[in-house]
Structures are given as structure tokens and as C-alpha cells.
Design a protein around this ligand. Sequence first.
Ligand SMILES: CC(C)(COP(=O)(O)OP(=O)(O)OC[C@H]1O[C@@H](n2cnc3c(N)ncnc32)[C@H](O)[C@@H]1OP(=O)(O)O)[C@@H](O)C(=O)NCCC(=O)NCCS
Length: 254
Amino acid sequence: MRKHWGGLPRPAGVKVRIIPSADHARIGLFTTVFRFGGHGGISTTGEFCNTLWGVYRKCLVRMTASPFVIQNDWMVTLETPRLILRRWREEDVAPMAAVNADPEVMRWIRDGSVRDEQQTRDGVQAWESEWESQGFGLFAVEIRSTGELAGFTGHSVPNFLPEVLPAVEVGWRLGRSHWGKGLATEAAAAAVRFGFEERGLERIVSITQVGNDASERIMTKLGMRPVRETVNPTCGRRVRVFELQSDQYVTTTR
Ligand SMILES: CC(C)(COP(=O)(O)OP(=O)(O)OC[C@H]1O[C@@H](n2cnc3c(N)ncnc32)[C@H](O)[C@@H]1OP(=O)(O)O)[C@@H](O)C(=O)NCCC(=O)NCCS
């Protein structure tokens, strides 16, 4: 029985929800309609139809291949004591755009530029595509007590730094009003656990610009260690690469 998790005491409430197959099919279909079919939805009508067809196909394959669905990719939800980590919805775009519009938040991201609502919408769509193609992605991070969107954490492939590939990165970004409460660490630890235990990743990296001390601190608290310092070719800024191997994770979490 694991007592620790990501180098931290394991919060009692952390769990990955797995929803049984029949419900899964219905909920997945409903969620797609809800997420993509709403007013000014993330996709255009054509993409919406494709998405709907994709879900229908997936449900059919799953329901005919096995009476049980082992993992419900559509409805992956992680719960921590203070947070819900979940897939993205149309109504997340505006609060996430507000986070991306804050220069202090964006100071250590690429060249430090802020992003507008359309760029945020494109980003959310790309993150959702990554969930579809890879089975992992960036989670929307929601405050349990208020339902407010705080930002994101989760996994992505760091294509901007080819020298570390193949790799899966864990990252985070929260609105400034949520800093300094341990929320990023709480969220990232749940994502790391999901990556190792639910997705079977063998190594997770995290990449931060030199000077982003809060992020380095989170990496250290997650049990990651620095393995490389280099330059991000897309913006010319120096970055440090941290990593955690699954066997190290198991050792630190037992
Ligand atoms: C990085 C970020 C997610 C941190 O969020 P947070 O919820 O405040 O983080 P946590 O409270 O979980 O942990 C931060 C840790 O860094 C420490 N810290 C914060 N600012 C620091 C600084 N300037 N120097 C050194 N340590 C710092 C905190 O004390 C804390 O460590 P502790 O628990 O040992 O006291 C948040 O600042 C953010 O979203 N920044 C903008 C986006 C970003 O830079 N993302 C990362 C890109 S790699």
C-alpha cells in the first residue's frame, strides 16, 4: 500500500474515476454534444460532426469488443482534496484567456508574450486533440469549493525541445490569485501519478526557464531531479530539464 505519492504525503481523497461501459458510451456522447455543440463551441460545425462520428465509432468499438471499459478516456477526472482535474469545456476558454493575458503569469513562458482569447481557444482545442491522439493531455484545474477554473496542469509532448524527445512533459499554469497555496503542487502530483499509474509512462520530464524558481521548487517537491540545462530554440531562453523515472517514482512512493 503506497503511503506517499510524488514525494509528498498522499492526500486521502485522490482518485481516478473510471465509469462503467454503458454509462461511458452515453456520457461520452452527451459530453461531446455539450462541449462541442454549445453556442460558439470550440469546433466548427464540420469538426463537430467529425468529432461526433469519432465518438460514436469509439463507443461502438468499445461496446462490441468488451462488456467492460477499462479506462474511460472521455471522462478522466482526478480529484484531490481541493481540486478537480478534468477535460476542457467551452466555458473554460474565457477564464483561461484571463490567465494567459496576465504578463506576470506569462513571464517565464516562451518569450514572455501574453495570449489573447483566440490563441487560448486554439490552445484548448490543441490540448483536447492531444487527449484524443495520445490518451493524455493538459487537465483543466477547477477549485472544488467554488467551481472556478484556476488554470491547467498535465501532460504534453515537448516538441519545442527536440533534444529531449521522445518525452512526455508535466507542466502547470495557474491564475495569480491562486498562487502561494500549494495548489500547483497538489495538481501536478495528481497528474504525475496519473501518468505513471494510469498511463504507464516510464519517464516524465518537466522543463522550466532558468529563473522560474517557483516552478523549480515544484519539480523538486515532486521528486524530480535536474538532468540538463540548454536553450529553448523557439525563443532563445535558457531552460532546465528535470526528470522522474517510473522506478524512482515507485521507490519514493512506497
Ligand atoms: C509556478 C506556479 C504554478 C506556482 O503555483 P503555486 O500554486 O504558487 O505553487 P505551490 O504553492 O504549489 O509551490 C510553489 C513553491 O515554490 C515556492 N516559491 C514561490 N515563489 C518562489 C520564488 N520566487 N523563489 C523560490 N521559491 C518560490 C513556494 O514557497 C512553494 O514552495 P514551498 O511549498 O516549499 O514553500 C505559478 O506561479 C504559475 O502559474 N506561474 C506562471 C506559469 C508558469 O511559470 N508555469 C510554469 C512554466 S515551467
